[in-house]
Write a protein that binds this ligand. Sequence first.
Ligand code: FPP
Length: 249
Amino acid sequence: MTAKPSVLKELPADLIRDRLPRHVAVIMDGNGRWAKRRGLPRIMGHRRGVDALKDILRCCDDWGIQALTAYAFSTENWGRPLEEVDFLMTLFERVLRQELQEMIKEGVRIRFAGNLKMLPASLQAEIERAMEETRNNQGIQFTVATNYGGRQEILHACRAIATQVQQGKLQPDEIDETLFEQHLYTQGLCDPDLLIRSSGEMRVSNFLLWQMAYSEIYVTDTLWPDFDRTELHRALCAYQQRDRRFGKV
Ligand code: FPP
């Protein structure tokens, strides 16, 4: 990961280490608008979006956040113009290839969440390699939701469980939350404590529907390519002001 100048490397003094979210999820919205405002093609916004993501990943790691999940491509994003979809697929592949060694060095564990079988074969191969080569790393768990849809993920889990019931390997009353979670793409990962959405939209957009049952939501008007450590700091301060009751009093 080629670093932007590293400001705020240490945890800012006004953040309480014990009250940091363990897992932050981000909806990186606003790349297109960022580019449009500058008279640039939308793809330039995605390029700058990658730089922002790299800096946020490094920052989460620096500040002791254990997991970051980024929504890179939804099951609905196939409906975008073909050239934008092609650009994004090529971008994911190139970024993975370029950044893998650095991620290994920094101890990042990368995984992809989504229906990966529909992605170009060369991207699938790069994903497989990245997951395999970082599997035993001990640093931040970085999950990239790619061809991901929350409803589709839940259906995928239901089908897998139904098959086990049909085969007589499982009784319906053995299906509980723990078992269900074992069939999600995020299996083994704690639920996000904080969801950050950039560019002002107040929507969840089919992201981590099961996992976000009790996540705190923070929305900023800042467009994703401009989302930096200062913005993350702001989001974490807001999170630390929240009173998380999980349905209790
Ligand atoms: C949403 O902005 C952004 C995306 C659909 C793509 C996000 C992808 C990246 C930042 C690249 C990540 C790369 C890796 C390897 C993880 P938008 O295009 O919907 O913006 P708009 O709402 O302003 O049009």
